[in-house]
Design a protein around this ligand. Structure first.
Ligand code: SF4
Ligand code: SF4
Length: 176
């Protein structure tokens, strides 16, 4: 897939066939889709599901993301959640520390400084950990496999506003 006017293209990158979970294919996060031939591509391309046809990672869709976020090189995928209230960073389980390296960590904190005050979460899924990025830096949110949803809380303190992430169970999860 090629992004119009940006010069960016998927090329031989197939990382979105590995990192995100794809419910339509019963594919868990972090494992290759069984239709994918790594480095060459989709073996059912003409018949791939709509979710695959429609998908563009952040690097491909948004030229505002720097070149060094090219997924095949950095081993991470940027995905804006529908509704735009969360930026997800999916990290290759074979390179779980990729997000902590520079210039990536500095980029994430800079984005959090811009997005979090707007109520937009920046969440890193780096197996086996889940991390929220705040304007002040990373907040470890525990085991990724624990499930649930991530909520961003705004607290007004005498010395200013403090942002923190919190995990809550989804409806029907953890007996709720
Ligand atoms: S992760 Fe992005 S660049 Fe890589 S194949 Fe998917 S859409 Fe293309
Ligand atoms: S069906 Fe094809 S495009 Fe979709 S995840 Fe599998 S290999 Fe990738």
């Amino acid at each position: 897939m090629t992004a119009p006017d940006s010069g960016r293209a998927c090329g031989t990158c197939t990382l979105c066939c590995k990192l995100p979970a794809i419910a339509e294919l019963s594919k868990p996060a972090g494992s290759w889709c069984h239709f994918c031939a790594p480095q060459s591509g989709c073996t059912v391309y003409a018949d791939r599901p709509k979710v695959c046809r429609d998908f563009r990672c952040g690097w491909l869709a948004e030229t505002s993301y720097p070149d060094h976020w090219k997924p095949s090189a950095c081993r991470m995928i940027l995905v804006t959640q529908p509704g735009g209230q969360r930026l997800n960073v999916h990290v290759d389980p074979d390179r779980p520390d990729a997000w902590q390296r520079e210039p990536f960590l500095s980029d994430l904190v800079a984005w959090a400084r811009d997005l979090v005050p707007q109520g937009i979460s920046v969440v890193v899924q780096a197996p086996p950990r889940l991390i929220g990025i705040l304007p002040t830096g990373p907040q470890d949110l525990g085991q990724l496999a624990a499930g649930g949803e991530v909520v961003l809380d705004r607290r007004q303190r005498p010395d200013g506003v403090v942002w923190r992430y919190r995990r809550v169970p989804l409806a029907g999860e953890f007996g709720s």
